[in-house]
Design a protein around this ligand. Structure first.
Ligand SMILES: Cc1ncc(COP(=O)(O)O)c(C=O)c1O
Length: 380
């Protein structure tokens, strides 16, 4: 059987990871400033993570959601404590798209409505409802267009309010920081006004923190730069450091009922062990603070590089905008310098999403390599 060929692949085969480095079959070492799509939060193969998962799988990897699983309770308590969202409930699932799918369902159950407001250049996943509110018609199949999804200009409150006034909107969904859209940071007063409008018109506000959450932005959640309390918050990526796990944080206005949501694999023992290991390391190693500190240091260095048109970001979620498409530059960094970086839907933007435990030394190494490659391309 062949693989269904949907991914363009780099000819690199990583076989080992350690901290912010991965190693390929030939023994080459790569500095990982992308974390495999923003997933690696506590670093590759962190010893505590390896130990916690290994011990759990040796005891019990899985049983269904029909029995007691104290690991889920422990995970919810730890997440509440570290995120400051103690008064939310947690529903566990397996991926980012699934988290958004469940959040949208909850919003629709609650309001009885179907129209969703999202934002231009936003990305919320590839499954049925999540892809319908994602700004990319190429990945939407006819079957996905089952409800009205309205995409608004980033930051435009006037059009949002006009739409909310019509009274048929179920939810507004927005990324804490737009990731794939090219690292667009919402202004705090924009989020605060959006939240106020949602309250005024009785519409559910969903914060998609799948990429920007879990310390990535230098706060536990990126929306915490503003003074808001979303109704629903979706999480995945950094939550499992590579183990597939996602979740929805649910405010007290939603009432749980047996059977309302459900999943076979979500919240299984092994996933909870991975999720707990991540939070324990984040707490012990102060990774949210490290993300803020090293991110600010890195951005200050990057702003000195003239060839970069704009540096924007928060913590270790950074976008570098150039005057030209960066496809070739990324290849030179990857194959010539053994350095992983990310792309964005804007071809001129490079995304940096390194593990949250990088040090200033590794930031210096990155800046040194990037400067060297940019200078060399000026000469050639
Ligand atoms: C903001 C955001 N939401 C949702 C998703 C979908 O997550 P997943 O790929 O785990 O389904 C992504 C993935 O890149 C994302 O960046």
């Amino acid at each position: 059987m062949n693989l269904f060929d949907v991914y363009p692949l780099f000819d690199i085969e990583p076989i080992k990871g350690e901290g912010c480095y991965v190693f390929d079959k030939q023994g080459n070492q790569y500095l990982d400033f992308y974390g495999g799509h923003a997933v690696i939060s506590i670093g590759h193969s962190h010893p505590h993570y390896v130990q916690r998962i290994s011990e759990q799988v040796a005891k019990l990897g899985f049983y269904s959601n029909s029995v007691q699983n104290p690991l889920q309770v422990e995970l919810a308590e730890k997440l509440g404590e570290l995120s400051g969202c103690n008064d939310y409930d947690l529903f566990l699932c397996n991926s980012g798209a699934e988290a958004n799918e469940n959040a949208l369902k909850l919003a629709s159950f609650e309001t009885g409505k179907t129209k969703i407001i999202a934002f231009e250049k936003g990305f919320h996943g590839r499954t049925s409802a999540a892809v319908n509110i994602t700004d990319n018609p190429k990945i939407q199949a006819p079957i996905n267009k089952t409800f009205e999804a309205e995409l608004h200009e980033w930051g435009n409150l006037e059009t949002v309010e006009k739409s909310l006034k019509e009274g048929n909107v179920c939810a507004v969904i927005i990324e804490g920081i737009q990731g794939i859209g090219g690292i667009q940071i919402p202004k705090p007063d924009f989020l605060e006004s959006l939240s106020r409008l949602c309250k005024m018109y009785d519409v559910v506000l969903i914060l998609d923190e799948i990429q920007s959450g879990y310390g990535r932005s230098g706060k536990f959640f990126a929306y915490q730069y503003a003074d808001i309390q979303p109704d629903l918050i979706t999480i995945a990526k950094g939550m499992g450091n590579g183990f597939p796990i996602g979740g929805v944080l649910i405010s007290s206005k939603f009432e749980a009922k047996y059977g309302l949501l459900g999943t076979t694999f979500g919240g299984n023992h092994l996933a909870c062990a991975a999720g707990l290991a991540v939070l324990e390391v984040m707490e012990q190693e102060n990774l949210v603070e490290n993300s803020a500190k090293v991110g600010a240091y890195l951005m200050a260095q990057l702003k000195e590089i003239e060839a970069i048109k704009e540096v924007r970001g928060k913590g270790l979620m950074i976008g570098l905008e150039f005057d030209y498409p960066i496809g070739d530059l990324r290849k030179r960094l990857l194959f010539g310098e053994k350095l992983f970086t990310g792309s964005a839907s804007n071809p001129n933007v490079m995304r940096l999403l390194p593990p949250l435990n990088i040090t200033e030394r590794e930031a210096d190494v990155f800046v040194g390599i990037l400067s060297k490659v940019l200078e060399a391309s000026l000469v050639n």
